[in-house]
Design a protein around this ligand. Structure first.
Ligand code: SAM
Length: 289
């Protein structure tokens, strides 16, 4: 595969070809249940959820290595993350009929939007062509999936989406965060919600050995000068690994920056720990006219 093609500056694997095998559906791995994704916190009978979702699970290499060899936890984590949104939206009286998961990878959360909710139009996009191909090949055709690029532009009509999610994506977007926010404002329906996970000040304070982020930070040459600082030294702190490709950085935001700067574009509704607690969720709403 050619890697030096122009598309790879703004996307990944655009000329790649998906070859790998897949795993069975979630039920095949229920014996791996070890409590690290606590189903007792999930308001959905496990049997029902597994009966509904008959699609294969991606192998680790096709799912950003999430949850290592524990395929059940990979699957269950998506239900847990989705339930956190549904509960919040219910509390606010917000009805969700359409959703877009940006950076959906091979559908860890998006598959559950299709199988476990009443959302009529489920969509996802990713800059990695292989993820898009995986979803198109292995998840139900009712799910719309497309490749986007790291240029903040989405091929969707204005005011067409009730819910935009991005799990562990703004943690890697090193440029144009405000332009992305403007694009989300355009596609969201009035009253629609953006649910974006970030590394904020709490993550900076609490990051500890054993967290996925810890090794990366400690390996980065810029981190040495910041180690032990109780506060982030600037509004946006970017640890970039490569200058010539997308998805090659870890970003931290000051909470006040998010509230003030992103909150100018969409209404800031809150910021609280995501599940698991390595990141915070920022919830923003497009105001009703
Ligand atoms: C850490 S993974 C998270 C995957 C998925 N959201 C989840 O929680 O399982 C980040 C994903 O975002 C994608 N990505 C990174 N930058 C992106 C961008 N600007 N637009 C869309 N996807 C992006 C990557 O290709 C990758 O699939």
């Amino acid at each position: 595969m050619q890697t030096d093609v122009w598309e790879n500056f703004i996307s990944l694997n655009s000329t790649g070809d998906l070859k790998s095998e897949v795993l069975g559906p979630a039920r095949d791995y229920v014996s791996q249940r070890d409590g690290s994704v606590d189903w007792n916190e999930i308001e959905l009978p496990l049997d029902l959820a597994m009966n509904r979702d008959v699609s294969p699970i991606p192998i680790e290499a096709d799912r950003e290595l999430y949850y290592g060899p524990n395929h059940f936890n990979y699957w269950a984590s998506g239900v847990r993350d989705l339930m956190q949104i549904l509960e919040w939206a219910r509390g606010q009286g917000i009805k969700l009929e359409s959703s877009l998961d940006i950076g959906c990878a091979s559908g860890r959360v998006m598959r559950h939007m299709h199988y476990q909710t009443n959302i009529k139009q489920v969509m996802g996009c990713d800059i990695n062509r292989l993820h898009v191909d995986w979803v198109a090949r292995h998840l139900p055709p009712e799910i719309t999936v497309f490749q986007n690029s790291s240029i903040p532009s989405l091929p969707l009509p204005s005011e067409s989406v009730d819910l935009v999610t991005a799990f562990s994506v703004f943690t890697h977007i090193e440029s144009f965060d405000t332009t992305w926010l403007m694009e989300l404002r355009r596609i969201l329906k009035p009253g629609g919600i953006a649910w974006l996970t970030v590394h904020g000040e709490r993550t900076w304070r609490e990051v500890a050995p054993g967290w996925p982020l810890y090794q990366a930070l400690h390996a980065h040459p810029d981190f040495a000068a910041m180690r032990g600082l109780p506060q982030l030294p600037s509004d946006r702190v970017i640890f970039r690994w490569r200058a010539d490709r997308s998805y090659s950085a870890n970003i931290f935001y000051r909470d006040a920056y998010i509230e003030k700067c992103w909150g100018r574009i969409l209404e800031f509704k809150g910021m609280f720990p995501a599940l698991p607690h390595f990141q915070d969720v920022v919830v923003l709403q497009k105001p009703n006219p």
